[in-house]
Design a protein around this ligand. Sequence first.
Ligand SMILES: Nc1nc2c(ncn2[C@@H]2O[C@H](COP(=O)(O)OP(=O)(O)OP(=O)(O)O)[C@@H](O)[C@H]2O)c(=O)[nH]1
Ligand SMILES: [Mg+2]
Length: 315
Amino acid sequence: MEIVSELLSGDRRALARLISMVENLEPGAKKALSELYSYTGNAHVIGITGPPGSGKSTVVDKLTLELLDEGKSVGIIAVDPTSPFTGGALLGDRVRMNEVSLDEDVFIRSMGTRGHLGGLATKTRDVIKILDAFGKDFILVETVGAGQSEVEVVKAAHTTIIVEVPGLGDDIQAIKAGILEIGDIFIVNKADRDGADNTARELDTMLGMNQEEKDWEPPILKTVAKEGKNIDELNDAISSHLSHLKETGGFEELKKKQIRDEFLDIVREKIYSYTMERTAEGKIDEIVENVMNSEIDPYSAAEDFLEPLEEDRKD
Ligand SMILES: Nc1nc2c(ncn2[C@@H]2O[C@H](COP(=O)(O)OP(=O)(O)OP(=O)(O)O)[C@@H](O)[C@H]2O)c(=O)[nH]1
Ligand SMILES: [Mg+2]
């Protein structure tokens, strides 16, 4: 496809255009993704998540400056599951990244849910691939919160950074909600505020309680992102995590797991849309009615419903 060769030759307009095609599920998007897939796998993907206002975008901005200093090129994806529209409420993230947004070697894209949560992770994964094939060395994915969708989004990352702020308070529950498991690096940002040491200690205790023997001990760093303090330490921790993954075979394991997850998600979505297309509107209402009238049970109804697929498979 022409747009794919333009992308591979470094054309930023083709980059923006292809991302929109994927976001809007435009015809040709899947074909383009298939064509560029073999050009992916070079970028280091970093997920950054944490409570609203904890300083994620500021960390992304300062970390990007560090990476640019090393001559690296950076792609940034700001995912905000709460924003039903692309771009609107997400401006907040962009504003925080104003120092880097004009740099030639930086490309920033904001993504919202457009009213539905499902598929955000898949789209984010697709946009990561486009930025990877475009030649970005690092792809930073910022997502707010600690819910399931955020966990889904950062599952596409090689290194996941959890940003916390002093005074964990009711965040403890949020942390227990599985975020401890996915963190490779923990940051206590806003360390210029009181209580940062205490928060770092609490995190350390919880990690100590939570972690079964793991060969990577997630570091807990204190940063003042607003002033760019300790972002160099964060940058070092990120590269040590990547070398650790590569040296221990963890990188291959992670890639295999991510390919498996993605493959199963694609199959799931395909079967879902396939059956929906085939069984046209009204079919499900009819089934619900039949089950309501005890004419059939939902399991047998599902068997019957999927029969066309079985038929196709036999042909
Ligand atoms: N005191 C202090 N303020 C900070 C620090 N880092 C960021 N901030 C401020 O915290 C506020 C929120 O920062 P953001 O980077 O937008 O936070 P965020 O986590 O991206 O916010 P959302 O994307 O809305 O969830 C801004 O006013 C920042 O200037 C810090 O280290 N210390
Ligand atoms: Mg932000």
